[in-house]
Design a binder for this molecule. Structure first.
Ligand code: XMP
Ligand code: MG
Length: 179
């Protein structure tokens, strides 16, 4: 694994795809164990989640449905705190077990907004799984039910995550190289 350049910035390797795959499989099997007699709906938060979502489903052996919504808060390498909904959830989640899948939780602003959007919906249960978490930044008082890998407070790209549109196609995760 060597460093990569995207736009004006250099990124260095942080987590190899093999390690990511182990974390994804562990989350999928843990959730399946807890929902094996149910048919949960997995709701992916686009766009960054697409690669995690796909690998997650390939590792999930039980009955399930899928749905997506789109939120955005990032501008370049900074979380703006201003979360906008670009695409609303496309499935009726009334009386269903809903599990939100996120690529990464950073400040938690996006998740907070999502809870506000979903709080008046009569779901049977609501949980959150995030592949990556930046614990040094996340200071909200709600919990993330399933976390794959905790990472340092560095801007990361790859495995679905982008820097101004580029870098989503790398299968490994890279962190911004500080100068
Ligand atoms: P918040 O701060 O609301 O961030 O928890 C959540 C969303 O922002 C994106 N995000 C990132 N995207 N590298 C990225 O490419 C990062 O290091 C990063 N941190 C947050 C992501 O879409 C996440 O769902
Ligand atoms: Mg996201």
């Amino acid at each position: 694994m060597s460093q990569i350049v995207i736009h004006d910035k250099t990124f260095i390797p942080l987590i190899k795809n093999e390690e990511i795959q182990k974390a994804v499989s562990k989350i999928a099997l843990t959730i399946n164990e807890q929902y094996k007699n149910e048919t949960p709906i997995f709701v992916g938060v686009l766009s960054g989640v697409f690669m995690f979502f796909s690998d997650f489903l390939k590792n999930y052996p039980g009955k399930c449905e899928v749905s997506f919504l789109k939120l955005s808060s990032y501008d370049g390498t900074q979380s703006t705190g201003n979360v906008t909904t670009e695409l609303d959830i496309s499935t009726d989640i009334t009386n269903r077990h809903v599990i939100i899948l996120e690529d990464i939780v950073d400040t938690g602003n996006t998740l907070e907004k999502l809870y506000q959007l979903l709080k008046n919906k009569p779901v049977k249960s609501l949980k959150v799984a995030s592949l990556f978490l930046k614990p040094d930044v996340f200071k909200k008082d709600f919990q993330i039910d399933y976390v794959g890998i905790c990472i340092p407070n560095k801007f990361v790209v790859g495995y679905g995550l982008d820097y101004n549109g580029l870098g989503r196609n790398y299968t490994n995760l890279y962190q911004l190289k500080e100068d």
